[in-house]
Write a protein that binds this ligand. Structure first.
Ligand code: ZN
Length: 150
């Protein structure tokens, strides 16, 4: 288990150091801002659709290592997915990070996103990890306002 933890830590640090899809999308179909006042994380998520498929997704912003790594992993996970698949991933991710300590980890089918499962032991970090997803959801549903984790 310690080895797995180290591996997860390594993935998170890598995505924080070299975030994937860390750029704006010119002429994005949708974008939304997210803010986590508890930690000070701020993100903008950009989405481009090809029909119902998320053909491109990116983010910009600043925040702690967890928020940045989570946003980076989120963009990798939802690119090429349909809107419904992206929302299903969000639901699975949310369930994973909010399941109680000691509960069976609900990381099934989440692939690399499972590296963030450990945050459920740190309630203050759950908002850091889920900010990118709440912001993505706002972009998908086109509410166009800043979402806050509060
Ligand atoms: Zn944070």
């Amino acid at each position: 288990m310690a080895d797995l933890r180290d591996l997860y830590q390594e993935v998170i640090l890598d995505h924080n150091r070299r975030p994937r899809n860390f750029r704006a999308i010119e002429g994005a179909d949708r974008q939304a801002d997210g803010y986590n006042p508890l930690c000070g994380d701020r993100l903008t998520v950009f989405v481009r659709f090809d029909g119902d498929v998320v053909s491109d997704v990116s983010f910009l912003g600043s925040g702690c290592a967890i928020s940045k790594a989570s946003a980076s992993l989120m963009t990798e996970a939802v690119k090429g997915k349909s809107r419904a698949e992206a929302e299903a991933l969000f639901a699975a991710f949310h369930a994973m990070v909010t399941s109680g300590v000691g509960a069976e980890p609900a990381g099934e089918g989440l692939g690399k996103l499972a590296v963030l499962g450990g945050v459920r032991e740190f309630p203050a970090r759950v908002k850091c990890a889920s900010l990118a997803w709440h912001t993505l959801k706002a972009a998908l549903t086109a509410e166009g306002e800043t979402v806050s984790t509060e």
